[in-house]
Design a protein around this ligand. Structure first.
Ligand code: AMP
Length: 283
């Protein structure tokens, strides 16, 4: 496995692979890898001949009061997990390799980014779309794998890829959970044991919502969000949002909805967690 730190070397690596007729796959991450990331690497391994994992804690997607400085890092462990799971290269640029000091160009998606996490994290998706565009230009992939864990992010990246004609296939892999249901996240490390137990109300209430919606159909929609909020609040969580939307366009559920997305963001202590569930809609 190769460690690549510069954009020029990364582009040479991918161009060489393409010249040999190889399909290049990329898995963009911020490191501190867990089994959720590993599932993306394995998915990329199935779809591509050459797999690049990018590890870059992207400063532009963090707001001023967010956790950029204390975002967890463990490069040695990340290296081991990438190697064990069949990655061919890690692209780990320093911040000043990715961003010139007088950088003044942004990529913004202006519709899907507005709601959900975009409301409480106003600069977040501009940072994500900009860095993913830059990572695509550095790694020159044929296919890129993202996680359903960040449902809104995956949709925005698909939209950006389509709108800007990146020749990249976007694949979205399912959420990987701990055995007790908690969605895996690098940020779970911040939770105390007690907070972690209370945070299980997020995944548990999503599972209940799925059961109710399947049993009762559309008439259950209004009650469902209320119940999720109640359950998280009762566990001393602070709900940022609970939204039930059409999973294809993030608009209100309607007669033409095929899949419903129930998305939650909530704080346990100082840690903001997100989770979601997709439900096939048969109304
Ligand atoms: P991050 O390092 O948190 O920026 O995540 C990098 C990629 O891994 C994103 O596409 C995430 O959606 C994905 N990811 C993070 N957690 C999970 C999970 N529990 N299951 C599946 N994918 C995940």
């Amino acid at each position: 496995m190769e460690l690549i730190k510069t954009i020029a070397k990364m582009q040479r690596f991918s161009k060489d692979a393409a010249r040999q007729g190889k399909i290049v796959g990329v898995v963009p991450t911020m490191g501190y890898l867990h089994d959720g990331h590993v599932s993306l690497i394995k998915q990329a391994r199935k779809l591509a001949d050459v797999v690049i994992v990018t590890i870059f804690v992207n400063p532009t997607q963090f707001g001023p009061n967010e956790d950029l400085d204390k975002y967890p890092r463990d490069f040695e462990r990340d290296w081991m997990l990438c190697e064990q799971n069949g990655a061919d290269a890690i692209f780990a640029p320093a911040p000043d390799e990715m961003y010139c000091p007088d950088s003044s160009t942004w990529v913004t998606e202006e519709k899907l980014s507005r709601g959900l996490c975009g409301k409480s994290r106003p600069v977040h998706f501009r940072g994500v779309t900009t860095v993913v565009a830059k990572l695509f230009n550095a790694t020159l992939p044929d296919v890129a794998v993202f996680g359903q864990k960040d449902a809104q992010q995956a949709m925005i990246i698909k939209r950006m890829t389509r709108d800007l004609n990146f020749p990249v296939e976007i694949v979205v892999a399912p959420i990987v959970r701990e055995t007790d249901g908690l969605a895996m996240s690098s940020r779970n490390k911040y939770l105390s044991t007690e907070e972690r137990t209370r945070a299980l109300t997020i995944s548990a209430s999503l599972r209940d919502a799925e059961r109710t919606l399947k049993a009762e159909g559309g008439k259950a929609l209004d009650g469902i969000a209320k119940k999720i909020i109640e359950r998280i609040t009762d566990a001393d969580g602070k709900v940022d949002y609970v939204e039930i939307l059409d999973a294809e366009n993030l608009e209100q559920v309607s007669a033409s909805t095929n899949t419903v997305l129930i998305a939650v963001a909530a704080f346990f202590g100082a840690t903001r967690l997100i989770d979601n569930i997709l439900i096939i809609w048969t109304e």
